[in-house]
Write a new protein. Structure first.
Length: 198
């Protein structure tokens, strides 16, 4: 009985009072050649996902996309990963920002988008902030966009009303950040109905 209850809890997300966009400060070094931000290209690099100071996942890109298959430890289950670079912007000579999407597939699937602030620290490039959005089944309305003139980042992520399954979100969190010279600071957040995917 507990197993069935757990399965239902996993398949039917509870309505969330938390934002489906989260930000954390990180310190993950990237293997990029030293140089000005304008000279850096991520299209044929190694994307990383960070948790604090640790790299928790990495994917090699070729022309902006990459995929791999890995076996989960102690199981016979393979997990497929697809990742791609969405956009990059140079903020100043010591900072660039990059948005990338990730899709994981095993018995089910999950889709997320990340924006990372990448900072030059002496002769190294380091991910110093990572913003994550749940974009699973959200379509074109969700994801991140950046306005260089105002240095404003807008992140849109799916969220759920009561009783909705993971397949069918009806809500969207819209979280806005402004550049403060070194990091993005949240300035606004709201929850709205998820627009149709057109």
């Amino acid at each position: 009985m507990f197993f069935i209850f757990s399965l239902v809890v996993l398949l039917v997300p509870a309505p969330s009072s938390k934002w489906a966009v989260s930000s954390q400060l990180t310190h993950c070094e990237l293997k990029l050649k030293a140089g000005a931000a304008a000279e850096i290209s991520l299209r044929n690099s190694r994307l990383v996902l960070c948790d604090g100071g640790s790299v928790v996942y990495a994917q090699r890109l070729h022309n902006g996309r990459g995929s791999s298959q890995d076996r989960l430890p102690d199981t016979t289950l393979n997990i497929g990963t697809d990742a791609g670079l969405k956009w990059t912007y140079v903020v100043d000579s010591d900072h660039l920002i990059a948005a990338h999407w990730w899709v994981w597939t095993a018995a089910s699937s999950s889709s997320s988008e990340y924006v990372q602030v990448i900072e030059r620290q002496q002769d190294k490039w380091v991910v110093v902030q990572q913003i994550e959005m749940d974009i699973h089944h959200g379509g074109k309305p969700v994801g991140a966009s950046y306005e260089p003139k105002t240095k404003t980042l807008t992140c849109k992520a799916v969220n759920y009303a009561g009783g909705e399954g993971r397949c069918c979100p009806s809500m969207m969190d819209v979280v806005t950040y402004r550049w403060d010279g070194a990091r993005f600071r949240r300035t606004a957040a709201k929850r709205v109905n998820l627009p149709p995917d057109r």
